[in-house]
Write a protein that binds this ligand. Structure first.
Ligand code: NAD
Ligand code: DAU
Length: 367
C-alpha cells in the first residue's frame, strides 16, 4: 500500500490524477490537500467521495502547521505538489499571490517534508517529492517558417524544442514564480540530498478544466453564442497534452524518475490557437446541429502582454528513461474533451455560476 499526498488535488490536473490513480491501483491511498481557491472544485472528485482510499484535507500549502499535521497524520510515501496559482492572465493582473503561493508555498512544502522525513542519519528513507512544473519556465520559441495548416511544423526534425537542459527564461509573473519554485526544489536536493524531482509539462486539456483557459473557455463561449476572444493574430503555438497522458507520466516519474532530475512531458502536438478555436466551433456545430455556431463568433482582441509565441517539447528523456510517450493525438483528444463538456452542462453551469463557491462558503467558511 502506497500513500500519496496530492496538493491541489481539487484543481484540473490534480483531480484527474487522483481519479486516474484510484482507477489504476487497488493498493493506494490518496490524501487530497487543497485550499479550495476559485480553481478548486470538489465536484471533480464526486466519483472518489465515498472511496475509503481517498481523504480530503482542506488546508493551504503556505500553512506550515497544517502541512506538518497532514504529514504526521497520513505518513505519505509520495508528495506530489500540484497546488499553484496557474493562470497567466491572472498573474499579469495580480503577480503577488503567484509569488506567495507558487514560491513560498513550495518552500513551505519542502521545509515541512524535509523535517518530517529526516531519518536522523542524513537520509529521508524511501520518501519522494515531485514538483509539478511547466514548459513556460523555458520562455518562448520561434515559430518555424513552414507550418502545416493546423500549426504543426512541416519539418519537425529541423526545428528547436525545449529540452531539460534549455536555460530557464520565464517571461510572465506566473512562469517566473514556477521557475523560482523549481530552483528551490533543485537547491533542496543539491544542498540537503532531499529526495525531490521535477516534471515540466506542456499545455494540458481534457475534462474538469476551469473555463478561463483557452479550450474550455472557447467551448463554453461557443455554447453560449458569446464571442471567442483570440489574442493577437491567433498564431501563437502551444504543445497540447491530453490530461490523462500527463497523469500517466506523473505516476511514472514519481515512482521511477531519477531524484534530482527534470523530466519534460509533452511532445509533437503543436497547434496554433486559431486552428484550435476553429476546430472547436466546427465540432460543436456538427454535434449540436446549431448552424449559428461558426467563425463569425471569433473576435481578434488585444494581445496578452509579453505573450510567449511558441512552446514545443522534446519528449526524448522521458521516452528513453521511462518509456512514456503521449498516446493521444490532438485530433482525438479534442473530440473527447468537447464531448465531455457537451455531456456535462451541469458542471459548467456550476463553475460559471458560482454555485460551487457558495457551497464551499457554507461547508468551509471560505469566500
Ligand atoms: P488549477 O488552477 O486548475 O488548480 C490548482 C489547485 O491548487 C486548485 O485546486 C486550488 O484550490 C489549489 N491551490 C491553489 N492555491 C493553493 C494553496 N495555497 N494551498 C493549497 N491548494 C491551493 O491548476 P492546474 O491547471 O490543475 O495545474 C496544476 C499544476 O500543474 C500547477 O502547478 C500548474 O502550474 C501546473 N501546470 C499546469 C498546466 C496546465 O496546462 N493546466 C501545464 C503545465 C503545468
Ligand atoms: O504551457 C503550460 C501552461 O499552459 C501552464 O503552465 C499554465 O498553468 C496553463 O494555464 C497554460 O498557460 P497558457 O497561457 O499557455 O494557457 P491559456 O489557456 O491561458 O492560453 C493558451 C493560448 O491561448 C495562449 O497563447 C493565449 C491564448 N488565449 C487564451 C485565452 C484564455 C487566447 O487567445 N484567448 C483567450 O481568451
Amino acid at each position: 500500500m502506497k500513500t500519496y499526498l496530492v496538493t491541489g488535488g481539487a484543481g484540473f490536473i490534480g483531480s484527474n490524477f487522483i481519479l486516474y490513480m484510484l482507477r489504476k491501483y487497488n493498493d493506494v491511498e490518496i490524501v487530497n490537500y487543497d485550499a479550495l481557491t476559485y480553481a478548486g472544485n470538489l465536484e471533480n472528485l464526486a466519483a472518489a467521495e465515498n472511496d475509503p482510499r481517498y481523504v480530503f484535507v482542506n488546508a493551504d500549502i503556505r500553512d506550515s502547521e497544517s502541512v506538518a499535521g497532514a504529514l504526521v497524520a497520513h505518513q505519505p510515501d509520495y508528495v506530489i505538489n500540484f497546488a499553484a496559482e496557474s493562470h497567466v492572465d491572472r498573474s499579469i493582473d495580480s503577480p503577488g499571490i503567484f509569488a506567495d503561493t507558487n514560491v513560498m508555498g513550495t518552500v513551505n512544502m519542502l521545509n515541512s517534508c524535509r523535517a518530517a522525513w529526516d531519518d536522523g542519519k542524513g537520509g529521508f528513507g524511501s520518501h519522494r517529492y515531485l514538483q509539478v512544473s511547466t514548459d513556460e519556465v523555458y520562455g518562448s520559441l520561434e515559430i518555424p517558417h513552414n507550418l502545416c495548416a493546423d500549426g504543426s511544423p512541416r519539418h519537425p526534425d529541423r526545428i528547436e524544442y525545449f529540452k531539460e537542459t534549455t536555460p530557464l527564461n520565464p517571461h510572465s509573473p506566473y512562469s517566473a514564480s514556477k521557475a523560482s519554485a523549481d530552483l528551490f526544489v533543485k537547491a533542496y536536493h543539491d544542498t540537503y540530498g532531499f529526495p525531490a524531482l521535477i516534471s515540466r509539462c506542456s499545455n494540458n486539456y481534457g475534462p474538469y478544466q476551469f473555463p478561463e483557459k483557452l479550450i474550455p473557455l472557447m467551448i463554453h463561449n461557443a455554447l453560449q453564442h458569446k464571442t471567442l476572444p483570440v489574442y493577437g493574430d491567433g498564431m501563437n503555438v502551444r504543445d497540447w497534452l491530453y490530461v490523462e497522458d500527463h497523469c500517466r507520466a506523473i505516476d511514472l516519474i514519481a515512482t521511477d524518475g531519477r531524484l534530482g532530475e527534470v523530466y519534460n512531458v509533452g511532445g509533437h502536438n503543436e497547434r496554433t490557437n486559431i486552428y484550435i478555436v476553429k476546430t472547436i466551433l466546427k465540432k460543436i456545430a456538427e454535434t449540436t446541429g446549431d448552424k449559428t455556431i461558426d467563425e463569425r463568433l471569433i473576435a481578434y482582441v488585444t494581445d496578452r502582454k509579453g505573450h510567449d509565441r511558441r512552446y514545443g517539447m522534446a519528449p526524448d528523456k522521458i521516452k528513453t528513461e521511462l518509456g512514456w510517450y503521449p498516446k493521444t493525438p490532438f485530433e482525438e483528444g479534442i473530440i473527447k474533451t468537447i464531448d465531455w463538456y457537451l455531456d456535462n452542462p451541469e458542471w459548467i453551469r456550476h463553475v460559471t455560476s458560482g454555485i460551487y463557491q457558495q457551497y464551499y462558503e457554507k461547508m468551509y467558511g471560505q469566500d
